[in-house]
Design a protein around this ligand. Structure first.
Ligand code: DGL
Length: 271
C-alpha cells in the first residue's frame, strides 16, 4: 500500500457550487478522506479576470495543502479554465481540473459532431472548453455561450418554475443548440438546473456534466498511482469557507442532496 493512500483529496471552488463535483467524487470514491474549500468571501470567479482568478486559486490551493493531500481537484470551471497551468506548475500533488474530463465525455457522446457548451463569462471567454473539445476530437463543431444568470438562480433555489424557464429559453432558444446533440454544463451550478435546461434544448440533446467525468478521472488517476484509500478507511468530510459559514451551510444541503453539520472559516493568504 502506498504511504500516501490515506491522505485526503482536496477540492476547491469559488463557493458552494463545487459541491456538485464533491458529491460526484464522494459517490464514486466512498472510502476517501476529502477536504472542501469554498472561497465564499470572493465568489463569483466567473466574472473576474484571469490574473485575479489565478491569485485566488493559488490561495485556495495553499490553504488546502495545510491538510495532507494526495490530489487536488479544481471543482470550479472558471478556475480550471484560467488557473490550471499555474496550479500544476506550483503544487507538489497531482491537480485535476473539470474541463478536460467534461470535454472528453462530450466528445465521446456526440454523434452529430456538433457540441454546445454553456459556462460563466470568464470560462467562455478563455476558450478553454472550446480548445479541450477540439483536443478530444479535432472534427467537432463547437458553439459556446455564457449563461451568468443560472448561478444566482441555482443559489436561490429557483431551479423550477417560470423564472428559470424563461431565462433558459432566452439563453438556449433562438437556434443556439440547433444541430448540436450534446450540451456541456460547464459550470458547477448548472446541474441543479438540469431539468429546466433539458426542457429548453429538447429531448434530442444529451446533457454532459463535468462532475461525473471528473470523478471518474480522479478514480482512475488514484488507482494508477496506487493511491486509492483502503476499503474501510474512515471517509472523513471536512468543509472550509472563507466567509462566515451560515449561508454556505444553508445552501450546501441543496447542492449535496443532504445537510452538512458545519463548516470552518479560514483566511486565505493571498500573494
Ligand atoms: N464555480 C463557478 C464555475 O464553475 C461558478 C460560480 C462563480 O462564478 O464563481 O465556473
Amino acid at each position: 500500500m502506498s504511504p500516501n493512500s490515506r491522505a485526503a483529496i482536496g477540492v476547491f471552488d469559488s463557493g458552494v457550487g463545487g459541491l456538485t463535483v464533491f458529491k460526484a467524487l464522494a459517490e464514486r470514491l466512498p472510502h476517501e478522506r476529502m477536504v472542501y474549500l469554498g472561497d465564499t468571501a470572493r465568489v463569483p470567479y466567473g466574472t473576474k479576470s484571469p490574473e485575479v482568478v489565478t491569485r485566488y486559486s493559488l490561495g485556495c490551493a495553499r490553504e488546502l495543502l495545510q491538510h495532507e493531500l494526495k490530489a487536488l481537484v479544481v471543482a470550479c470551471n472558471t478556475a480550471s479554465a484560467l488557473a490550471l497551468d499555474a496550479l500544476e506548475a506550483q503544487l507538489p500533488v497531482p491537480v485535476v481540473g473539470v474541463i478536460a474530463p467534461g470535454a472528453a465525455a462530450a466528445a465521446a457522446a456526440t454523434k452529430s459532431r456538433r457540441v454546445a457548451v454553456i459556462a460563466t463569462p470568464a470560462t467562455i471567454a478563455s476558450g478553454a472548453y472550446q480548445r479541450a473539445l477540439h483536443e478530444a476530437r479535432a472534427d467537432l463543431e463547437v458553439r459556446a455561450k455564457a449563461c451568468p444568470l443560472f448561478v444566482p438562480l441555482a443559489e436561490e433555489g429557483w431551479t423550477q418554475g417560470d423564472v428559470p424557464r424563461l431565462v433558459a429559453r432566452e439563453y438556449l432558444g433562438q437556434g443556439f443548440v440547433d444541430g448540436a446533440d450534446t450540451l456541456v454544463l460547464g459550470c458547477t451550478h448548472y446541474p441543479l438546473l438540469r431539468d429546466i435546461i433539458a426542457e429548453a434544448v429538447g429531448p434530442k440533446v444529451t446533457l454532459v456534466d463535468s462532475a461525473h467525468a471528473t470523478a471518474e478521472h480522479v478514480a482512475g488517476l488514484l488507482e494508477k498511482r496506487g493511491l486509492l484509500a483502503p476499503v474501510g478507511n474512515a471517509p472523513e468530510r471536512h468543509f472550509l469557507v472563507t466567509d462566515t459559514p451560515a449561508r454556505f451551510v444553508e445552501i450546501a444541503g441543496r447542492f449535496l442532496g443532504q445537510p452538512i453539520a458545519g463548516a470552518q472559516q479560514v483566511d486565505l493568504k493571498l500573494a
